[in-house]
Design a protein around this ligand. Sequence first.
Ligand SMILES: Nc1nc2c(ncn2[C@@H]2O[C@H](COP(=O)(O)OP(=O)(O)OP(=O)(O)O)[C@@H](O)[C@H]2O)c(=O)[nH]1
Ligand SMILES: [Mg+2]
Length: 391
Amino acid sequence: MKLIVLGFGQCGGRIADEFERLNRRAHSLRGIDIIVDSFAVNTDATDMSGLYSIKPTYQHRILIGAGTTHGHGVAKISEIGAEIAREDADKVLDAMRKNQKFYESDAFLVIASAAGGTGSGAAPVIAKAIKERFSDRPVYALIVLPFEHEETAEERALYNTAVCLKSISQVADAVILVDNQRYVRKDFSLQSNMTKINQMIVEPFFDMLCAGEEKRKNNIGAKVLDAGDIIQTLCGWSAIGYGEIKLPLITFPTDWSKNFRKRSTKTHKGIEAMDQALSELSIECNPNDAHRALFLLSAPSKEMNIEMVKELCDYLKNFAPQAIVRNGDYPREKGLLDVTVVLSELSDVEKIRHYYTKSANLVEEMKRRKKVQTSKAALTEEAGKDVPTLL
Ligand SMILES: Nc1nc2c(ncn2[C@@H]2O[C@H](COP(=O)(O)OP(=O)(O)OP(=O)(O)O)[C@@H](O)[C@H]2O)c(=O)[nH]1
Ligand SMILES: [Mg+2]
């Protein structure tokens, strides 16, 4: 599958940058392309200068709202982010269309954090504009939810998150939810944390995007998971997970038909990787609520067989009995067996309910605060009416 990737705000831009890096990896290691083009869109010029992989041209690192914010961001006010995006939407659409391979893409991927101002405001607005202009391809969103401490420290984060989730779910074909809190690892230093988290967020997409683009016979599975399977699966609230098991690099040929115990060990490795993928889903959810799902098994071809794929299918079906499960195998020459899982069309996600309920109380509170702020400002104005001014 080939994507056009657009990252909004600081978080979105950095994750889009990681996707561009994935593409370079696919290109140099596997000789295939999984991304047609990637863009960072921001109201903050400094944020974009810190990116590594997205082309450093003004048409790939697009500054929006320069007249309003002078390149300094919208300080968490997502309504301003949305307003600026409405004004500058054409700038983004025109930049995308300039790529000669634009029409080779299978889907758009819009990325942003929900808690900030620029990304959470701009992503739904531009997703809507893309959907209206290019109705032939799906628009997917990858939305990053705030860390727990951000939610408790700043009500704005909670409010922005709820508003962004509601808005993006009204326009995007699927919203892949990524909860920052689930990626926190104690062994990461604070400085390297974000980069590591971003790498962990994008890694599950690598094999999934590559599998259907392979041209070499040896790397084409018995059942290829292609763009069609992904498009049929991604719908509404979605989660993605990834699990891997290291394999010895040198193995001796075995006649599996005569060695049942070893064969079940082999299947066991697949189940172990799938278990890991399910326990490390990008958002906490109940697989029972999924109505669509897919998994991709990737390993050296001698490590996979039809029986193993079938057992993995049954295993996933057991967790997600309501889901239509699609699958594929992807033979790769490496000492690794990995499983990517997508759960989609989730009918319930507790965290979303939490944002919606908490922010419903905040809507009134925000209005009240605005009123108090305005009336206090009027009082101060009133008190200073007899003071002369120098202007
Ligand atoms: N995973 C991840 N989260 C990030 C990153 N940068 C910021 N965040 C999260 O994103 C939220 C803040 O949003 P930003 O993306 O910084 O905000 P913005 O869209 O640039 O909007 P403004 O700066 O308010 O104009 C917080 O929840 C951060 O924890 C990143 O590189 N990776
Ligand atoms: Mg910013």
